[in-house]
Design a binder for this molecule. Sequence first.
Ligand code: PLP
Length: 393
Amino acid sequence: MFCDNMIVENSLDELKKREAAYKIIKDNIESKGEDPLYDLTGLSGGFLASGDELNLLQTYIGPAIFEDKIQEIGKKHMGGEKICPLNRTSSGILATILALVKKGDNVVHFLKSHPAHPSIIRACDLVGANYSEYIDLDEFNIPQNTSLVIITGSTMDHQVLDEESFKIIINAAHERNIPVFVDDASGARLRTAIFNQKPACDLGADLAITSTDKLMKGPRGGLMAGREDLINKVKAKSNEFGLEAQAPIILAMINALEDYDPENLRASISKRDELFDLLDKSYNMFETTPTGVMVSKESLTEEVKSKTDDCNLSLTDLSFLWSMILLKEEHIITIPAVSMPGASVTIRFDLSANDSDKLEISEIFNRIDKSFKTLIKVCADEDTSRKIIYNEE
Ligand SMILES: *Cc1c(COP(=O)(O)O)cnc(C)c1O
């Protein structure tokens, strides 16, 4: 089961896998088949904009108006003194670490559970900082020479940190005059809409960033808020390296923030419970998330092991394989098929996603069930598995 000879081994392989998934998506759209694709990732990549607004983009007036508007509406969503829109959350994380952390400094990160987003670790590596990561408050400590404390509000797998832990970490950092940066990619909405928590800046964070395509209808982008002095440093750094959001993205962020309604997220909870009850009768591997269900790579492997002795794939390959079967055979898009290198391979079905309304819950169950049975059949054969993951004939 734990095999060294992996199918998806590195970032280049992940790119190849993502391009294979895009080809399947494109072929489905172009074939206009009777069964369309259902995007249950919970990432929308939406672009809400009127013709008038698009025309404004062609002048210098538009970007000036959108820059001003994002300040107002961004602060309403995130709190803080000033807003900085960035190309991605990963770009904002990189700009922050480049701006605030020097070679040899310590960076300490607290989150509900592993894994952390890879951009944090990669950015620390790039500047030559020492990075440490904690999920247990009793073990958490801030060493000498720490220049940044990071908290993840909600992980890639939607594991949400409680407000009490937030406050303890923020206090510990502030006693030492160390700024706190919150990676609230999905948390800015999950924590507030579902768990009734406050925006990170209202909890005392000095900087916080959210992904505008997660659990809202925005474009992929990073919306950062926080203390004006720190935002200015991050913004200058983002401009130096071209990490900032361009005007079209800012326009779509504004419209998505205006459109955002936390009620829509809360409405997904009952659908989640209905799907989970169905799945839980046949499988041990499912867990709930705030707005859907998920299967970690460990639980997936356990479930596969209980059904066959004949699978030699690694934990991550098994997740990629299932995600590609879901896409190709059942037309359901989950993150591992289309994800960026190093992202979590947990398979999530998000019921706050727009497309979840297009399928009955029993139909979502049937598709998941069918794809898993296919997975059990094909995972014994590494060659076939490889062909499915890379969509080769
Ligand atoms: C999605 C996510 C990111 C990165 O967002 P990108 O848009 O891919 O840059 C960072 N941190 C967490 C916790 C995330 O869930």
